[in-house]
Design a protein around this ligand. Structure first.
Ligand code: HEM
Length: 69
């Protein structure tokens, strides 16, 4: 998997602050997102309005899924 991070060596230290969790985070996301996108489920009635008064924001009901296959 190619990432944008330049790997540091003793001779070529990274020129910027870097997160050592980047590779594992990207691998987990690449594995998880297609599986989540392929789920079949129902969305029961709920309050999906998003408050602009909080950070980070989210739908008021969260996101309720039912009959997940
Ligand atoms: C979406 C997930 C993540 C984001 C957005 C993220 C973001 C960042 C950022 C921006 C920094 C640099 C902070 C700075 O010094 O200015 C950092 C550092 C760091 N991250 Fe992450 N990270 C994530 C996941 C992880 C994971 C999963 C791990 C470990 C398993 C991890 C371990 C670390 C460590 C140890 C540092 C400090 C590195 C150092 O200062 O030498 N991170 N992260």
């Amino acid at each position: 998997m190619a990432t944008s991070a330049q790997h540091a060596t003793a001779d070529t230290p990274r020129p910027f602050q870097w997160c050592p969790g980047e590779d594992v985070t990207l691998t987990v996301l690449e594995t998880l997102i297609p599986r989540l996108a392929a789920l079949r489920y129902e969305v029961p009635a709920q309050d999906l309005r998003i408050s602009l008064q909080r950070i980070p924001t989210a739908p008021r009901s969260g996101f309720v899924m039912a009959t997940v296959l």
